[in-house]
Write a new protein. Structure first.
Length: 179
């Protein structure tokens, strides 16, 4: 498929700290296995660790990759699946459009060479996954709060005790009483 010497950028992402820490290493290894012998240049690796795929703006790895594409430093972006690039439909379309403009191809291990059709269909499915994940997360947080546990975040005057139970922080509570 790729006969000439091309510059490949591998993009990997691990969504949260709850995922296996070796996830991005495993993704990169799978990408390298697929491209061994197809190119004689090293693969440039961009990664985002423990960052959601819902927004591009807060992901330094993908921003650096896109900057390299804009500078003409890469010819092909390879990732495990489109959802590693973005789970947001607009984000997927934006990345594909910019890469196409820069003359950079996009390929995934799951879907193969990416076209507008992939971006439209996979982008829609990834967006729906995000919406459903949000619903389930909210349901779970409501259940935690009703059970007396922290729903996330920490209000001044409290600290997290064992197993997510909120307890009053005596020092901070004193400041609150003074105020």
């Amino acid at each position: 498929m790729y006969q000439r010497c091309i510059r490949i950028a591998a993009y990997t992402r691990r969504s949260s700290d709850l995922q296996n820490e070796s996830s991005t290493v495993d993704q990169l290894a799978a990408i390298k296995r697929k491209f061994v012998g197809r190119t004689d240049v090293p693969i440039i690796h961009f990664t985002d660790e423990g960052i959601s795929g819902s927004a591009i703006a807060n992901r330094p790895g993908i921003r650096a990759m896109m900057a390299a594409a804009a500078r003409g430093e890469i010819d092909l972006v390879v990732t495990e699946a489109l959802d590693r690039l973005s789970r947001d439909q607009e984000g997927s379309a934006h990345l594909f459009k910019r890469l196409t403009y820069y003359g950079v191809g996009l390929e995934t291990l799951s879907e193969g060479k990416i076209s507008e059709l992939h971006v439209g269909l996979s982008g829609t499915m990834n967006q729906l996954f995000l919406v459903e994940l949000g619903r389930k997360t909210r349901r779970g947080l409501i259940g935690r709060v009703k059970a007396g546990f922290s729903g996330g975040g920490l209000c001044y005057g409290y600290r997290i005790a064992d197993k997510g139970v909120l307890e009053i922080d005596g020092h901070q509570a004193g400041i609150i009483r003074r105020i």
